[in-house]
Design a protein around this ligand. Structure first.
Ligand SMILES: Nc1ncnc2c1ncn2[C@@H]1O[C@H](COP(=O)(O)OP(=O)(O)OP(=O)(O)O)[C@@H](O)[C@H]1O
Length: 325
């Protein structure tokens, strides 16, 4: 098995909201609420779940772009949770992120060469000439012409801008890249091209991806493993083909059954529906946090919060009554 690149242990991120100056005032949003996970070298791990379940927050705290409230993150066996700014700066080269909206994340007043050169200069990549050559090489890597180096972001299409966002993330030769909804804003055909590019770059540069998305059809074609998140917790983890062939958690089953199917015979099959509102991460229900929406909930689900249990073969589920097992 490949080496573990990133290891998260009981990670939490709780935001205090609603103001208040006295202790105890305000409310707490449990955006990430106890996540334990290992990501191995050269794998694509997809994190899925509905909007607001904590995907972006988890991605950002794993890179320490935001500080976790609790728990531990290790990078290749080194605990990075308590590293100071200088220690983190050195590691930053290895841990990168590609954002959803490349337009918002590329400075409109900077030429592409400066956008790409900025992280290289920050990390002392080399002389001006070495940096210029690297910028040209980066454009090559993402399939764009060198002549584009003098252009500004608004002169590019959405797909091209995302390629520039990827080039910028790869500038300092990272090995762990969080892709946060990196293809979600693109048309399906452009999405496929960018996914192919990410896949080629992964092989060429031995990259490990943490791929955040709400789009299960992208997950199915692109990810090796999947983590399903619900209200700050992982409720199921497994290999992509196993998860799609037989989800163990009712939430995973409902997410999968909500994906439109290409085969019209399957479309007519009756599907169970997700009922009820998503509880607020500020006011979690007792017991299993999914029980208010679960079609199979029993008494114990209303009182006892299930742990993520190892089911063997790389599979884990947090449910008192796993399906298909
Ligand atoms: N800075 C913040 N202060 C307070 N609450 C926050 C903050 N950032 C995120 N949250 C809350 O934390 C929860 C998780 O948010 P997060 O953006 O991580 O979810 P997500 O799954 O990535 O959603 P989306 O797919 O919509 O981006 C949400 O309830 C969100 O409102």
């Amino acid at each position: 098995m490949n080496e573990i690149v990133i290891s998260a242990r009981n990670l939490t991120k709780h935001y205090r909201v609603g103001g208040g100056t006295l202790a105890g005032q305000g409310k707490v949003v449990r955006a990430v609420d106890g996540v334990t996970l290992d990501i191995r070298e050269r794998e694509t791990f997809a994190l899925v779940g509905e909007s607001g379940c904590g995907k972006t927050t988890l991605g950002r705290i794993m890179l320490r772009l935001q500080e976790p409230s609790g728990g531990q993150i290790s990078y290749r066996g080194q605990d990075i949770t308590a590293l100071d700014d200088a220690g983190m700066r050195a590691l930053r080269k290895k841990l990168q992120i590609v954002f959803q909206d490349p337009y918002a994340s590329l400075n409109p007043r900077m030429r592409i060469e400066d956008i790409l050169a900025e992280p290289l200069r920050t990390h002392g990549y080399g002389s001006a000439e070495v940096i210029r050559d690297r910028c040209a090489e980066l454009l090559d890597m993402v399939g764009l012409r060198h002549t584009y180096l003098r252009n500004y972001p608004h002169q590019f299409s959405g797909g091209q801008r995302q390629r520039i966002g990827i080039a910028r993330a790869l500038a300092n030769k990272p090995d762990f890249v969080v892709c946060d909804e990196s293809v979600s804003a693109l048309d399906v055909s452009i999405q496929a091209q960018v996914l192919n590019l990410l896949s080629d770059l992964q092989d060429e540069l031995k990259l490990t991806y943490f791929f955040i998305t709400h789009d299960l059809s992208v997950v199915r074609q692109f990810a090796d493993r999947v983590g399903v998140m619900f209200l700050g917790r992982l409720v199921e983890v497994g290999r992509t083909e196993d998860i799609f062939a037989g989800p163990l958690h009712p939430y995973t089953m409902l997410l999968i059954s909500a994906v439109p199917r290409a085969d019209p015979r399957q479309r007519t099959r009756e599907r169970p529906l997700m009922t009820g509102e998503i509880p607020s991460p500020m006011n979690l229900p007792p017991g299993c946090r999914f029980h208010t929406r679960c079609p199979f909930a029993k008494d114990i689900c209303r009182t006892h919060d299930p742990d993520l249990q190892d089911m063997g073969q790389g599979r884990a589920v947090a449910c008192h009554f796993p399906l298909n097992s």
